[in-house]
Design a protein around this ligand. Structure first.
Ligand code: AMP
Ligand code: ZN
Ligand code: ZN
Length: 414
C-alpha cells in the first residue's frame, strides 16, 4: 500500500514536472473581433507610424497584401470580406448601382438601401452564419449589417453614424462586450473610415492621412486596454483588414464621357475610376455602344461588354453590372461634363476603384490571437478567402462561397 502511495506520489511529481516544463496552451478564444480600417493601403504599415498595428502584425499573421475584389470600392469589398463571394455573386456590385429587376438605384448613403433585405440576399454574412449556429454577434458598423437575412439579425447592431469618432466606436463596442458572458457577443465587427476619408481628401502621402492612421492606432490601443480590463485580452482573436488601398488622382487626368458617346442615348450608372453605361431603350445595342466608345477611347480607358470583362475580375453575369463596363488606368478617372466646372473645384486628391492588381489598390490583413499562428508573414491572398477563416476561427460551418481553405491553412494555429 505504502508503495502504491509512493508510486502515485512519484507520478504526480513527474506530471507536475511535465506540466511545468511544457508551455501552457493558450486559453481558447472567447471572442473574435473583425476590424476594418477603410482605405488602409497594404504599405501604410511601413510608410506610417502605427505601433499597435505593427506589433499585432509582427506577433501574429500578416499578409504582404490582401487583394481586393473588383470593383475596388467600399460596399462591394466589405460584403465580399464577410460573405466570401465576389461582388457579382453577392450582388452589391458598386457603392451605387442600378437594378434592372426593380428599376431602382441602390445607394450606399440611402437609409433604405442599407435597411431593406431585398438588396442583400446574394450572400450570407458571417454574423448571420454565427447567429444561425448559436453564436451571438454584434456589428459596430459594417455594410449590410443593418438588415435581416432570412429573418435573422445580429444580436447587436447600430445604424451607421459617420460623425462618431474612432474612440467612441471602440467605447460603444466595449459596452456590448461588458455584458454578462451569457449575453455577450462572441463575434463582433468594428469599422473605421477616417483613413479613407483623409486619403480621399488629401491623398495617400498627406500628413492628414498619417494623422488619421495615428487616430485609428490609438483607438485600437484603447480597444486592447478595454479588453484587458474585461479579462478578455488573452482570449480575443483580432482580424484587422481593409477593403482596398488608395491612389493619387488629379483633375488633369480626366476622360470625359461626353467626348466618347452621344450622352443623351445612354444611362450613366456610375463614373470615377470604374463604372459604366447602358444604352437607353430604342437607341443602339450594347455591342454597338461598346464598339463606338472603344473607337474613340483614349489608351487610359478600357471598355468591355458586361460578359466580356477580364475573367480574373469575376465580374460578369449579374444584370446589376452595367451593359458596358469602363475602367480607367491608375490615377485616371472618367466623368460627365455636366456639373464638372463646379465639381473640379473640390476634386479629391485620392481615390480607389482601379484594377485590384494595381499595387496601390492592395489592402491590409492581420490576424492575432489564440486561434492564429505567431510571427508569420504570408504571401498575397484574395479577400474572398476571409469568410472561411472567420468561420473556422469561430467553429462555424460556412455557407457556400467562392473562397477555399488557403487562408485557413496559412493563418489558423494547428
Ligand atoms: P467610398 O470611399 O466611396 O468607397 O466609401 C467610403 C465611405 O463609405 C466611408 O467614408 C463611409 O462614410 C461610408 N460608409 C461605410 N460604411 C457605411 C455604412 N454602413 N453605411 C453608410 N455609409 C457607410
Ligand atoms: Zn473603402
Ligand atoms: Zn474611399
Amino acid at each position: 500500500m505504502k508503495r502504491l502511495i509512493a508510486g502515485v506520489g512519484l507520478l504526480a511529481v513527474l506530471l507536475g514536472l511535465v506540466s511545468c516544463t511544457t508551455p501552457a496552451a493558450p486559453p481558447p478564444a472567447q471572442l473574435l473581433i473583425l476590424v476594418s480600417v477603410d482605405g488602409f493601403r497594404w504599405d501604410y504599415l511601413q510608410k506610417y507610424e502605427a505601433p499597435v498595428l505593427a506589433r499585432l502584425a509582427s506577433a501574429g499573421v500578416h499578409a504582404t497584401r490582401l487583394t481586393p475584389s473588383f470593383p475596388t470600392k467600399t460596399f462591394p469589398n466589405h460584403y465580399t470580406l464577410v460573405t466570401g463571394l465576389y461582388p457579382s455573386h453577392h450582388g452589391i456590385v458598386g457603392n451605387w448601382f442600378f437594378d434592372p429587376a426593380s428599376g431602382e438605384t441602390f445607394g450606399m448613403s440611402k437609409p433604405a438601401s442599407n435597411s431593406e433585405e431585398r438588396w442583400w440576399t446574394g450572400g450570407e454574412p458571417v454574423w448571420i452564419t454565427a447567429e444561425k449556429q448559436g453564436v451571438r454577434s454584434a456589428c459596430f458598423f459594417w455594410p449590410g449589417s443593418e438588415t435581416s437575412h432570412d429573418g435573422v439579425r445580429p444580436s447587436f447592431f447600430k445604424p451607421f453614424d459617420k460623425k462618431l469618432r474612432a474612440a467612441d466606436r471602440v467605447a460603444g463596442l466595449l459596452g456590448w462586450l461588458a455584458l454578462p458572458p451569457a449575453e455577450r457577443p462572441r463575434f463582433a465587427t468594428l469599422y473605421f473610415d477616417v483613413v479613407d476619408d483623409m486619403g480621399h481628401r488629401h491623398g495617400p502621402d498627406a500628413p492628414e492621412t498619417a494623422a488619421a492612421i495615428k487616430e485609428v492606432d490609438e483607438a485600437l490601443a484603447r480597444l486592447l486596454a478595454g479588453l484587458d480590463r474585461l479579462g478578455l485580452g488573452a482570449r480575443t482573436d483580432l482580424v484587422i483588414v481593409s477593403d482596398h488601398g488608395m491612389s493619387e488622382q488629379s483633375p488633369d487626368q480626366v476622360i470625359f464621357l461626353d467626348d466618347l458617346m452621344k450622352i443623351s442615348q445612354v444611362q450613366v450608372d456610375s463614373t470615377g475610376p470604374t463604372g459604366g453605361v447602358r444604352p437607353k431603350p430604342g437607341t443602339v445595342t450594347a455591342a454597338e455602344l461598346a464598339a463606338s466608345i472603344r473607337a474613340k477611347a483614349p489608351p487610359q480607358l478600357q471598355v468591355w461588354l458586361r460578359d466580356e470583362t477580364p475573367a480574373r475580375f469575376h465580374f460578369r453575369g449579374n444584370p446589376r453590372i452595367p451593359d458596358v463596363v469602363l475602367l480607367a488606368d491608375d490615377h485616371w478617372n472618367f466623368e460627365s461634363r455636366t456639373g464638372w466646372p463646379k465639381r473640379v473645384l473640390t476634386y479629391n486628391q485620392g481615390n480607389h476603384g482601379w484594377d485590384p492588381a494595381t499595387s496601390n489598390m492592395g489592402a491590409l490583413f492581420i490576424a492575432h490571437g489564440p486561434s492564429f499562428r505567431h510571427r508569420v508573414e504570408i504571401p498575397e491572398v484574395e479577400n474572398i478567402h476571409l469568410y472561411n477563416l472567420l468561420c473556422a476561427a469561430l467553429g462555424l460551418t460556412p455557407a457556400p462561397n467562392d473562397g477555399d481553405q488557403r487562408l485557413v491553412q496559412a493563418a489558423l494555429a494547428k
